[in-house]
Design a protein around this ligand. Structure first.
Ligand SMILES: Cc1ncc(COP(=O)(O)O)c(C=O)c1O
Length: 445
């Protein structure tokens, strides 16, 4: 019998855990190393989502292990009014990577970083309306959840007053089209801001955006969109907050995704990847905005603000990213993965779209490529089959979003393991189609 079927474990889990969303994978994970996690039978499972899109350097990277071991023995946590060297050093390093964003606040989670960013934007502008994308995810706490539209709005009472949304641009299902059928995002953006202006009470404080909407199904902002969005913000005296929880620190083949567009936000939030799996997040802004916020009494005093342990981890992450040239690696391996997934699109009619940037890619499973109807059932069957075959892939199962696989392996993954993942995806599609009685259908396009 498999050790994963440990009845005591599963009955205790059922008895004592609060379920927080989705279902649990049918395995007990005992350890993780590099691009693999290992279950109770010591079966390796290739981790194509870097944990929760965070383990940028893979699992148990020796530098992270040694940094944590050293720093926890030296100083891990402090009174929030005390400073230590790792905190100031990390602030300096981050500021050097994002010219113009000289001031840094170090926190723990993504939601928390967005809370702080939005709080600062409100204080500085003296306004309170926050606009976000219809398929966004910015976190599970109050104001971050109020700016999250991809899920979780029903049943929890009122969102923050002044929460507004505009449609996320979607090149696979354009709402506005150019003559050639492609997405006319300029008209869509103009139309969206007409609506924002008509709903606003005159108190627009900020727009918060992901450069690639990940939970929304890997929807990248088209080239030029970010500059146009910043212009819309400028015209209204709003700040632009970019949430690079998933895209920051090299994942897209740029240190930050905004660098592709040459558009620096007023406030940048980082989380997930900056701690490479440990809880570290950052808010970055200009000296001008920080001075203004401070003069107005900006307060974001938390238990773990400026803790030395996660800051030391952040420094180690930046060192490894630099030494192992992981930004360039994400670009190179991302191209290899994109090519491999595109071959699957040529082979299987159910692979409707392959999209994304660097090592943050999406594969959308559809019933019919022409009508682009999402196939949630087949997507879930492929994901379950892949897991049985030793590959962990995350699928967005949210209503109306289609079955989109989010593929974001560690930037340290080997080329052989990328190919292994591609092979398992292909075999899993084949097996799921056979089980559902459909022919693979060589795509006509
Ligand atoms: C873009 C983005 N922002 C914020 C968050 C929230 O981060 P956390 O779960 O660390 O609070 C997430 C989490 O998935 C995310 O994808």
């Amino acid at each position: 019998m498999s050790k994963n079927e440990d009845r005591g474990f599963w009955s205790s889990a059922q008895k004592h855990l609060i379920r927080y969303g989705g279902s649990f994978e049918p395995a007990i994970i005992e350890r993780a190393a590099g691009s693999f996690v290992y279950d109770a039978d010591d079966r390796p499972i290739l981790d194509f989502t870097s944990g929760q899109m965070s383990a940028l350097l893979g699992h148990s990277h020796p530098r992270i292990v040694s940094t944590v071991t050293r720093q926890v023995g030296q100083v891990a946590h402090l009174f929030s009014g005390m400073l230590s060297r790792p905190v100031v050093e990390l602030a300096e390093r981050l500021a050097a990577l994002a010219p113009g964003l000289d001031r840094v606040l170090l926190l723990s989670t993504g939601a928390e970083s967005n809370e702080a960013a939005i709080r600062m934007a409100k204080l500085v502008t003296g306004k309170h309306e926050i606009v976000a994308f219809s398929k966004s995810w910015h976190g599970m706490t109050g104001v971050a959840a109020s700016a999250t539209y991809s899920a979780s709005r029903k049943g929890y009472g009122p969102a923050a007053v002044g929460s507004l949304a505009i449609p996320a641009p979607n090149s696979f299902r354009p709402r506005f089209r150019n003559a050639d059928g492609s997405l006319d995002w300029r008209t869509e953006l103009d139309d969206a801001f007409d609506l924002v202006d008509s709903q606003s009470t005159g108190s627009l404080a900020a727009f918060v955006a992901e450069p690639i909407l990940s939970s929304g199904g890997i929807l990248g902002l088209p080239q030029g969109y970010l500059a146009a969005l910043k212009q819309k913000c400028r015209e209204r005296g709003m700040l632009l907050i970019l949430d690079e929880a998933q895209t920051g620190i090299g994942r897209t083949g740029h240190m930050f995704a905004f660098q592709r567009d040459g558009v620096t936000p007023d406030i940048l939030t980082l989380s997930k990847t900056i701690g490479a799996g440990l809880p570290l997040s950052a808010v970055m802004t200009t000296a001008e905005i920080e001075e203004d916020a401070h003069a107005k009494g900006f307060l974001f005093y938390t238990t773990h603000v400026s803790d030395p342990l996660p800051a030391a981890v952040g420094l180690a992450v930046l060192d490894v990213v630099e030494e192992e040239k992981l930004v360039e690696r994400a670009q190179r391996l991302g191209a290899q993965l994109f090519e491999g997934l595109s071959r699957l699109k040529q082979r299987y009619e159910c692979v409707g779209d392959v999209r994304g940037l660097g090592l943050l890619l999406g594969v959308e499973i559809v019933k019919d490529r022409k009508d682009r109807v999402p196939d949630h059932q087949l997507g879930a069957a492929i994901a379950a089959e892949a897991f049985r075959r030793g590959l962990s892939m995350n699928i967005v199962k949210l209503p109306g979003m289609g079955g989109v696989f989010r593929i974001a392996p560690p930037l340290t993954i080997s080329e052989a393991d990328l190919d292994l993942g591609l092979r398992i995806i292909s075999e899993s599609i084949e097996a799921s189609l056979a089980a559902s009685g459909s022919a693979p259908g060589i795509a006509a396009e």
